[in-house]
Design a protein around this ligand. Structure first.
Ligand code: A2P
Length: 319
């Protein structure tokens, strides 16, 4: 692939969501930046990503990236990079302080307005808990956490899909137990869970999409354990690839979806250059054997006096 901003000719593998028939690139582009950046920086990064061939974009109300994503989509259409919004797959998420049955519809309308779109491709419940109404800080106040009324929230999510405001609905950060609670009464089952519960999700026709495949280095909740891993470095050196490329290729070969965030032109290009080579069986086995650990996002919601007293409790023991 050449340099600069030329479009990639590599084909990103797609998954067709059964609930909507919509095609979704399995390598998606994350728009949450930490430390925070200006909307203009976000918009430019997204525009560059569209130019490079990314078509699946992951945003959320709480990231503050819905408006810049909407602006970038408008600009991409005027520049002729895409013909219409229909060529993109757009995911947004319901934040915890909006996770009440009566707030879901007004909240998706707000996201659509921010994005200047008529519909989302996928709308996710961001976390399996509610927060006091009106709280939009990312540094969560633990005393503001309340258990979510899954029935009223999920029923309102189903209404969003019925009304055509989103093509599919799903969840994020749900344990098997919490997913099972939803499946017990859902008329429309979740299409996606942005978390690892592979067997359970496969058995229920739910696609798993992993976030932070590179370990979210540089953020409050991530670490450099992935990018600095010696086994991954060794495999990368042998193959003349980067550790990030090894991680993303491994995820693609596992058949899951992945959201990777880079606002750096060279790295966003590099993250796409994973489709014309593969890992050997031995390399895949070495990666499978690496010790796993969960990034610390769940700790944001844990307090000894609160709704979730330990990280284990938050993840229903599935740590
Ligand atoms: P940057 O935006 O400066 O490229 P994750 O997707 O796991 O949450 O990781 C995101 C972090 O990893 C960001 O800080 C991003 O920084 C960095 N990153 C993204 N792609 C690469 C890459 N190919 N090599 C090294 N770091 C990367």
């Amino acid at each position: 692939m050449g340099s600069g901003s030329e479009a990639t000719c590599l084909t990103i593998p797609e998954h067709v969501l059964t609930s909507s028939g919509r095609r979704m690139q399995r390598l998606g582009f994350g728009t949450a930046a930490y430390p925070l950046v200006t909307p203009e920086v976000t918009k430019r990064a997204i525009l560059q990503a569209i130019e490079l061939g990314y078509r699946h974009f992951d945003t959320a109300y709480i990231y503050g990236s819905e408006q810049p994503l909407g602006d970038a989509i408008g600009e991409a259409i005027s520049l002729g990079l895409i013909k219409s919004r229909d060529e993109l797959f757009i995911t947004s998420k319901l934040w915890c302080s909006d996770a009440y049955g009566d707030l879901v519809l007004p909240t998706i309308h707000r996201s659509l307005q921010n994005l200047k779109l008529e519909y989302l491709d996928l709308y996710l419940i961001h976390w399996p808990l509610s927060l006091e109404r009106g709280l939009y800080e990312f540094g969560v106040r633990k005393e503001a956490i309340v258990p979510m009324d899954f029935v009223s929230v999920w029923t309102a999510m189903e209404e969003c899909q019925r009304l055509g405001l989103t093509k599919s609905i799903g969840v994020s950060n749900f344990s098997c137990k919490k997913l099972a609670d939803i499946l017990a009464f859902a008329n429309i089952p979740p299409a996606v869970n942005q978390k690892k519960l592979r067997e359970f999700c496969n058995a229920n026709g739910i696609l798993v999409i992993g976030y932070s495949p590179l370990g979210a280095s540089g953020t409050l909740w991530g670490s450099n354990q992935v990018l600095e891993n010696e086994v991954l470095k060794e495999i990368a050196d042998t193959k003349g690839k980067t550790v990030a490329q090894i991680c993303l290729r491994w995820a693609m070969e596992e058949g899951v979806g992945v959201i990777v965030k880079s606002f750096n032109g060279e790295r966003m290009k590099q993250n796409l250059e994973i489709f014309d080579w593969s890992l050997s069986e031995e390399e895949s086995k070495r990666i499978d054997r690496l010790p796993q650990s969960r990034c610390s996002t769940g700790e944001l919601f844990v307090d000894e006096h609160g709704t979730f007293k330990t990280v284990e409790e938050f993840w229903d023991g599935e740590v």
